[in-house]
Design a protein around this ligand. Structure first.
Ligand code: CMC
Length: 432
C-alpha cells in the first residue's frame, strides 16, 4: 500500500488544518485516511450504511461496480466459473494463489476428511420444529461448534486457524443437509468422502437409505458454478459482520454464525428466496406492469427483489453468468419450458427499459436468477439462502483469517452521531 496524494482539511471556525493522506490500492479509487481527524480536529466522520467508507485493507476480492468486474485474488470470476471448481476457488480465496496439483489434492483430501459432524450436534436438530427456517438451524448449529473443538480454538495459532478453515468448509454442507432432512422428517444421510465436494452435498440432500440415488452430472456442475459465483464479494454485510464479530477475539465459529444471521436478510442473501416468492406472486406476464407500479410507489414498501446493488451500477457479472447458464441447465435437466424463467426474463426486459430503474442504475443482481436454478435442482425455496451460506463460508473464512493474521488488527468499534437528550436528572416517579 502506497501513499500518493495529500489532502488538507481546514476547520472554517478555528482556521486549524489537518493533512490527510490518500492510500493507493492496487485497483480502484484512492482511500482517504481519516484516522487523524479526531486527534487533530476533534471530529468523527459520519457515513451511515458505510456508503463511502473502507473499513479495512484486504487482498482477497476486488469489485469494479461501474464496469461490472469481480476478481477473486485478481482472477476474473467468469474465468473461474468456466475453468475452476468450488474447492479450488476456496483454496484460492484462503491461500491467495491457485493450487498446484499436489496442493489441491492435499486440500481436497483434508476437506473430505472433515465432513462429519459430532453425533451430539446432530441431536440438536431434534430441538427444532420441522418447519423451523433452515437458516435459524444452520446459524445455531455453527455457533455451537465452538463447544466441540477445544483443541484448536487458539485464534493466535496459525495451524489452529487453518484447521478451523478446513473444518468449516468441510462441515457446512453436512450442517445444511441435516437441516433439510430434519424439515422433511427423513433420516440424515452421512457424508460420502469418496464423492467430490458438490456431489457429496447433493447426495446428502437427496439420497435416502432405501434406494439408490443417481447424481445428475449437470446438477453437480450447475451447483458447483453457483457456489463459485457466491464464494466471496469483498466487504458485504455478512462478511463485515464476520469481521466485526471476529475482531473482538471471539471464536471463529461464533463469527461465522453471526455472518449467517446477517446473510439471512432479504436485502442480502435472503433476496434469492424473496425473488422466487415475488415471481410466484406476480404469476403471469400481464401482471408485471401492476407489480412494477407498486415497486415505483414510494408509499408501498415493495422492491423489485434481485435488482439493485450497493456497488454494481452496471450489470452484476454473476447475474450475467447465471442468466446464461439458466436456459442450458434447465434444458439439460428436461425443464426447458420453465414459466418462472420466462416471467423473470420478461420482468428483467421491462425493468431495464423503465426510466425508474435506468435512472437509478438498478440491474439484476446474483439473486435474480439463482433461485430458478436451485428450484430446477429440486432445492426448496427456504434452502436457497442456505446454499448461499455454504458458498460464502469460503469467503467468510478467508476474510476472518486475513483479519486475525494482521498484526495491526483492532477491535471494530464505530462511533455515532448522538441526537438523544442532553444530560438530565432522574425524576422521582411521583413527579413525572
Ligand atoms: N426495487 C426498487 N427500487 C430500488 C431497488 C429495488 N430492488 N433497489 C434500490 N431501489 C431504489 C431505492 O428506492 C432508491 O430510490 P430513491 O433514490 O428514489 O430513494 C434508490 O434505488 C437507491 O436505493 P438504496 O436502497 O439507497 O440503495 P442501496 O445501495 O442502499 O441498496 C440494495 C442496495 C441491494 C439493498 C437494494 O438495491 C435492494 O434492496 N435490492 C433488492 C434486494 C436484493 O436484491 N438484494 C440482493 C443484493 S445482491 C446479493 C447480496 O448482496 O447478497
Amino acid at each position: 500500500m502506497t501513499t500518493t496524494k495529500k489532502f488538507q482539511i481546514t476547520n472554517a471556525a478555528t482556521g486549524t488544518s489537518s493533512e490527510l493522506e490518500a492510500l493507493s490500492p492496487t485497483l480502484g479509487s484512492d482511500v482517504l485516511n481519516l484516522a487523524p481527524l479526531q486527534k487533530d480536529q476533534g471530529v468523527f466522520t459520519y457515513d451511515p450504511g458505510f456508503m463511502n467508507t473502507a473499513a479495512c485493507e484486504s487482498k482477497i476480492t476486488y469489485i469494479d461496480g461501474d464496469k461490472g468486474v469481480l476478481l477473486y485474488r485478481g482472477y476474473p470470476v467468469d474465468q473461474l466459473a468456466e475453468k475452476s471448481s468450488f474447492l479450488e476457488v476456496s483454496y484460492l480465496l484462503i491461500y491467495g494463489e491457485l493450487p498446484d496439483k499436489i496442493q489441491l489434492d492435499a486440500f481436497q483430501n483434508s476437506i473430505m476428511r472433515h465432513t462429519m459432524i459430532n453425533e451430539s450436534l446432530l441431536r440438536f436438530y431434534n430441538g427444532f420444529h420441522y418447519d423451523a427456517h433452515p437458516m435459524a438451524q444452520v446459524s445455531a448449529v455453527i455457533a455451537s461448534m465452538a463447544a466441540f473443538y477445544h483443541d484448536s480454538l487458539d485464534i493466535h495459532n496459525p495451524r489452529h486457524r487453518e484447521i478451523f478453515a478446513h473444518r468449516m468448509i468441510a462441515k457446512i454442507p453436512t450442517i445444511a443437509a441435516a437441516a433439510y432432512k430434519h424439515s422433511l422428517g427423513q433420516p440424515f444421510i452421512y457424508p460420502r468422502n469418496d464423492l467430490p465436494y458438490t456431489a457429496n452435498l447433493l447426495n446428502m440432500f437427496f439420497a435416502v437409505p432405501c434406494e439408490e440415488f443417481h447424481l445428475e452430472p449437470v446438477a453437480v456442475q450447475a451447483l458447483d458454478l453457483l457456489l463459485i459465483l457466491h464464494a466471496d464479494h469483498e466487504q458485504n454485510a455478512s462478511t463485515s459482520t464476520v469481521r466485526l464479530a471476529g475482531s473482538t477475539g471471539t471464536n471463529p465459529y461464533a463469527a461465522i454464525s453471526a455472518g449467517v444471521a446477517a446473510l439471512w436478510g432479504p436485502a442480502h442473501g435472503g433476496a434469492n428466496e424473496a425473488v422466487l416468492a415475488m415471481l410466484e406472486e406476480i404469476g403471469t406476464v400481464d401482471n408485471i406492469p401492476k407489480f412494477l407500479a407498486r415497486v415505483k410507489d414510494k408509499q408501498d414498501n415493495t422492491r423489485l427483489m434481485g435488482f439493485g446493488h450497493r456497488v454494481y451500477k452496471n450489470f452484476d457479472p454473476r447475474a450475467k453468468i447465471i442468466r446464461e447458464t439458466c436456459h442450458k441447465v434447465l434444458t439439460k435437466l428436461g425443464r426447458g419450458d420453465n414459466p418462472l424463467l420466462e416471467l423473470a426474463l420478461k420482468l428483467e426486459e421491462i425493468a431495464l427499459h423503465d426510466d425508474y430503474f435506468v435512472s437509478r442504475k438498478l440491474y439484476p443482481n446474483v439473486d435474480f436468477y439463482s433461485g430458478i436454478i436451485y428450484s430446477a435442482l429440486g432445492i426448496p425455496r427456504n434452502m436457497f439462502t442456505v446454499m448461499f451460506a455454504i458458498a460464502r463460508t469460503a469467503g467468510w473464512v478467508a476474510h476472518w483469517q486475513e483479519m486475525i493474521a494482521d498484526p495491526t488488527m483492532k477491535i471494530g468499534r464505530p462511533r455515532q452521531l448522538y441526537t438523544g437528550p442532553v444530560q438530565r436528572d432522574y425524576a422521582d416517579i411521583a413527579s413525572r
